[in-house]
Write a protein that binds this ligand. Structure first.
Ligand code: AMP
Length: 199
């Protein structure tokens, strides 16, 4: 199964992706985790990305597309994957379509987790407290920017997939179990549409 999980910071994408990894035996491809690993390893990409991430802005599309192209080509992605944090712009979504087409693959579904902004702020502030500053971008200062960036750059990605008939929106306002159940129902329905999403 190949899925994209969309949702603003604090929507619970990471948690839900981890659960899907367990239930479906596929890999989670989190571009945020990949960038944080590159930063920790001190690679050129990591060094360039750090300041951008700390501000809550987006790393350039061509950098992200190269990272994801390399990652999707690895053997462990062969059984399927969950994209968590990619695509975040329409050009990234278009590049993903071309990439999948080259591999003869299609997405099964794009799932958007919708959460209202007041709840997002609470969740991110909690995450900042719990992580004890482990993530430099989980601060109130960058939160506002990350939500604005999501609204302006990533909401059009949801529209892009909606136009293709690929998007399912689930409420992210419930408990983790409720959100997991809603995603499970979407994926069950997607299985009855075996042709997948048009690239
Ligand atoms: P995340 O862990 O998904 O919240 O991502 C953390 C940060 O990494 C984001 O705020 C961006 O600065 C950067 N990032 C992650 N994925 C992407 C992407 N697909 N495009 C651009 N920047 C990204």
């Amino acid at each position: 199964m190949r899925l994209v999980l969309l949702g603003p910071p604090g929507a619970g994408k990471g948690t839900q992706a981890e659960r899907l990894v367990k239930t479906h035996g596929i890999v989670q491809l989190s571009t945020g985790d990949m960038l944080r690993a590159a930063t920790a390893a001190g690679t050129d990409v990591g060094k360039r990305a750090k300041a951008i991430m700390d501000r809550g802005d987006l790393v350039p599309d061509e950098v992200m597309v190269d990272i994801i192209a390399e990652r999707i080509g690895r053997p462990d992605a062969g059984k399927g994957f969950i994209l968590d944090g990619f695509p975040r712009t329409v050009p990234q979504a278009e590049a993903l379509d071309r990439l999948l087409e080259r591999h003869g693959l299609r997405l099964d579904r794009v799932v958007e987790i919708a959460v209202d902004e007041a709840m997002l702020k609470d969740r991110i502030e909690n995450r900042a407290r719990l992580s004890g500053g482990a993530r430099a971008d989980d601060t109130a200062a960058t939160l506002h920017n990350r939500i604005t960036v999501y609204r302006t750059q990533t909401t059009p990605v949801a529209d892009y997939y909606r136009r293709k008939g690929a998007l399912s929106t689930v409420s992210g306002m419930g408990t983790m179990d409720e959100v997991s159940a809603a995603i499970g129902a979407v994926l069950m329905a997607a299985r009855t549409a075996p042709q997948g999403v048009r690239n």
